[in-house]
Design a protein around this ligand. Sequence first.
Ligand code: F3S
Length: 265
Amino acid sequence: MAKVETQWTSEMSFDSTVNNHRIVMDSDPAFGGKEKGPRPKMLVLSALGGCTGMDVVSILNKMRVTPDSFRVIAEADIADEHPKVFTKIHLTYEFKGKNLFLGYYDPVLSMQGELNPDLVVLSTPVIPEGNKELGQSLRLPVTKDGFFMEAHLKLRPLDFATEGVFLCGMAHYPKFISETISQANGAAVRAATVLSRDTVVSSGAIAEVQEDECIGCGLCANMVPDLFEMQDDKAVVIVDVVPAEREDAAMEAKDSCPVEAISIS
Ligand code: F3S
């Protein structure tokens, strides 16, 4: 267990002894401090820079790389209200040197490579959240990365396979704002072609039960007997097309199936 004792000395000033090194902390004079040392909160960022920086130096040592200079810049956003926690921390690792190189792996070519770049900019990943659940409720497919998947990359890039639903921007994948705006314009025009009609004819929903998956619990047949029935301990769909007024009931049965054996398209 790690332990550090911090001693109040006077006014807003505190002393900590960390690994036999004394650290003095103080507050802003506006809050009663005397500027005897750094603010405690800033020391958290300092520790983060030092800790991650040491890891980086250790990696560089293993690679037998010694940069001319290396610094870690920690920038943080702080909440306006108390407790004024860090809401976002951005770390920049800045190296300077002559023989620095960048090793990388290209998954497309399945090969390792090396670059001698002037500048390396690493960006944080964009990770979609909640798309899978939204896709399930709207019956829209998502890619294995969790972004929404268009009906056809080249022929229908703004459409989903589900008629009348269109996509653009970050829902599709991370992209530049100019591309997002072009795609949004296109999606709006596609939507207008549907909304401008007086009537829309729907093909109706098709329900299916994956026979291999069904465990024969009978839940769907009990819930919606006009759409599902049990035959030889397996559920089967008894209509070719689910009537529009029974689509919600069919979706409820689909969501209730314990093994997700029902699909509706
Ligand atoms: Fe049960 Fe129907 Fe699913 S019988 S396992 S709810 S398909």
